[in-house]
Design a protein around this ligand. Structure first.
Ligand code: FES
Length: 82
């Protein structure tokens, strides 16, 4: 991973795992102190008591989400169009 790159991993049945140098702010611009945290997990199930962070509640509520990225689009070659 490049130095300034941010990686977000969609965890199966769980949170968004965010790695890299980021700034996390609320709607008013207030910023969470992420000092010393190379990665954070953001709740996507809605059940965390510590939003926007995941607190593991997704397991207790049986959150189900198996999202996968679509397969890459392979461009057609000229010979495939004939
Ligand atoms: S994703 Fe973990 S508590 Fe919501």
């Amino acid at each position: 991973m490049a130095e300034n790159e941010v990686k977000i991993t969609v965890r199966p049945n769980g949170p968004f795992r965010v790695e890299g140098s980021i700034k996390l702010v609320d709607a008013q611009g207030g910023e969470w102190d992420l000092t010393g945290k190379p990665a954070i997990s953001l709740c996507r199930c809605g059940a965390s008591a510590n939003k926007p962070f995941c607190d593991g509640a997704h397991s207790k509520i049986g959150f189900q989400a198996q999202d996968s990225a679509p397969p890459p689009v392979v461009p057609q070659t000229a010979t495939e169009n004939t």
